[in-house]
Design a protein around this ligand. Structure first.
Ligand SMILES: [Zn+2]
Length: 442
């Protein structure tokens, strides 16, 4: 029996990105007020949870990555600041007050962050995080937070780690295994705890280093993706561009093109990379604030995934240029569209975690995935090998086909996020970016 669960709730970052400059803190010390609603017993957090440890752990993770110090202090404050009345206090709260509940609107996401910043300079003056006191499953059942991996609950530290990324000015990532990916799975998805978002992916680290700098040296890439449509070059907006380490295949950085088709990805560890692009089904709301003459926007609205650079050298303190023109058949809508991945008879938008030295049977579902031969399936890494003979096609009564195949993870596979690449019989290529996460050995 196949279950499709853990699709997850998007956690939004507000307000919309209208700043002319990168949204960031100018100061290196950020006070954080921890509302007493988090320290007193409450119905939305499982009794006995280590709330203080979760908050401290989440802050420490970003503190190390961004070279920023957080000063935690207890506070009696319960409610976050209204949109038009910042109080200067950076609050983390779970109190079920009107002001806190208002930030969720009709959503049931596990948490939301409100960031106040100067639209001209991008400087953040305040950020408030609300842990949702009334979060529900897709089926409508009330959900709790926990810190011990209890199945059917959200991991509080994972939720906080994601939200503190927003507090620092980070956007959502389209890398499935990234902490800043928009969806958080429940503990128990695939029969496993969902604690992966407690630690940052390489792409999260690149994103935060691109804003706050890094102790080590990093480089960047700049580029523009255009679509050739009957001889006219139009911008490919909302395209996901990502970098994989050429040797290991690990996803190392990621970004999205703006309305002019341009992108900039910084904070990249120097090295040799493959650069790929894919069309994003779900437009990022922050891009909608960017306007462009509709006649100058690609009419295709979608294109097929393609490698845009095979061996790009990124050097320290330098910007590599990558421009690409999509030509037919790339600039026609994708028919091959893998959307869900999974394990143990369950499919989700969550990444699959893999332990070194093991073989996993990976589930995959989406439009036309049954048109992919065993030899068309691979993980873009020499450390993760697909057995082509293990490919099976299934019909579970749903509309999209489901396939399963075995992946063996080498004992020396570097921890990180890896992509699954599919190539159909017609030659069309698609990726599930960062969908396989190799965990560090305990
Ligand atoms: Zn979010």
């Amino acid at each position: 029996m196949l279950a499709c669960t853990g699709v997850g709730q998007p956690a939004s970052f507000e307000p919309a990105r209208s700043a002319k400059r990168q949204v960031r803190w100018a100061k290196k010390v950020i006070p954080i007020a921890v509302s007493s609603s988090l320290t007193l017993p409450n119905a939305s957090i499982k009794a006995g949870s280590d709330v203080a440890g979760a908050i401290h752990g989440a802050l420490a993770t970003w503190s190390t990555a961004a070279n920023i110090n957080f000063l935690e202090a207890p506070a009696k404050v319960q409610s976050i600041s209204p949109v038009d009345h910042p109080d200067g206090v950076n609050l983390i709260t779970v109190a079920a007050t009107m002001e806190n509940l208002a930030i969720f609107g009709d959503e049931s996401s596990p948490a939301r962050t409100r960031v106040f910043y100067d639209a001209n300079t991008g400087e953040i003056s305040e950020a408030d995080i609300v842990i949702n006191p009334y979060t529900y499953s897709v089926a409508g059942a009330p959900l709790e937070f926990s810190t011990d991996g209890t199945p059917g609950t959200y991991d509080l530290q994972s939720t906080l780690t994601h939200e503190i990324g927003h507090l620092l000015g980070l956007n959502h990532s389209s890398v499935i295994g990234a902490t800043m990916n928009a969806t958080q799975g429940l503990n128990g998805t695939f029969g496993l705890p969902a604690l992966g978002e407690r630690s940052l992916s390489e792409s999260d680290l690149a994103a935060v280093k691109s804003i706050y700098g890094s102790r080590g040296e990093t480089g960047s890439i700049d580029g523009r993706i255009l679509s050739n449509e009957q001889g006219t070059l139009l911008p490919a907006a909302r395209a996901h561009v990502w970098l994989e380490d050429a040797a290991s295949g690990r996803v190392m950085a990621s970004g999205v093109t703006n309305a002019t088709g341009s992108f900039n990805i910084a904070g990249i560890v120097p090295g040799l990379y493959r650069v790929m692009t894919e069309y994003l089904d779900s437009g990022m709301p922050e891009d909608e604030s960017l306007t462009v003459d509709p006649k100058r926007r690609s009419s295709g609205q979608s294109f097929r995934a393609v490698e845009i650079a095979g061996g790009l050298r990124v050097a320290a303190n330098k910007t590599a240029l990558v421009n690409y023109i999509l030509v037919p058949p790339q600039n026609s809508p994708a028919t091959l569209n893998p959307r869900f991945v999974g394990l143990n008879g369950e499919l989700s938008t969550m990444p699959v975690t893999a332990t070194r030295g093991t073989t996993l049977t990976v589930y995959l579902s989406g439009s036309a995935v049954d048109q992919v031969p065993g030899t068309g399936l691979l993980v873009t890494s020499p450390y993760l090998n697909v057995n082509p003979a293990s490919l099976r096609s299934h019909q579970f009564g749903g509309t999209a086909p489901v396939i399963t195949f075995d992946v063996t993870i080498a004992l020396d596979a570097p921890p990180g996020d890896y992509s699954i690449r599919l190539q159909s019989n017609s030659g069309e290529v698609a990726y599930l970016v960062g969908a396989l996460v190799v965990e560090p050995t305990q």
